[in-house]
Design a protein around this ligand. Sequence first.
Ligand SMILES: [Zn+2]
Length: 256
Amino acid sequence: MGSVMGFLLSILGGLIGFLLAIGIIILIIYFKIRSVVGKAQMKELGHAISNAKNLQMEAYSRDKHVVGMTSLLEPRIRHDFPEFNKDLLFSITEKNLRKIFNCIESKDISIVEDDQDMYYVIPHLEEQIEDMKSNKIEEKFDNIVFNKNAISAYSNDNGRATIKVSTSLSYYYYTNRKDKNVFSDVKKATRYTSEFVYVYDETKFESKQVAIMVHCKNCNAPIRNLGVSYCEYCMAPVERINLKAWKMASYKEDYN
Ligand SMILES: [Zn+2]
């Protein structure tokens, strides 16, 4: 028993000695820096560190600029789609992003399950929510305020046209994710890019284009031909979606 006690005491002694040595080293470094920098500057060094924190916080809450070429791209879109209305598209963008934040916060896909506007983004959103559930991730978006929208890209080929919308917005954000920078009581200003797709020629729009993946609600098999009314694997009826409309195909926060 005595030898065990002695052993433990020697470990404790060693530990205290080790901590003391570290303490002395820190003190030596502190005085060394102070002798080089001076007492007054030492205070400023402290300020600089808290300034860096303030700058980070300022960057976090500063309004982000939308990246857009709306005046250049809008005439091109209207040339191909005379009925195109950018304000309507922007309001759909905001409405969809709100729904997406809602789904993520509640980890519940049922809010958008039957939403035709969200048809293309549901599989991705579902995956994201499953991932959050298995990693016990929480995310909260409060006081969402949309700031500005712009069209940042437009392309038209192979039977489908694509528009990218850049959106600046702000919200109070809370999360336990380690990869996100969070100041919980500071409003976060950020930017999203959403992609909208309009399929005007289904015959040119073939399975090679995997950018949009729609799955059967019954058996989860991919539906390759968006024009079919039955799943080719389980024969369950597939709700025919109106392809001839701008539908959100992806969304991404592009400012961190
Ligand atoms: Zn099926």
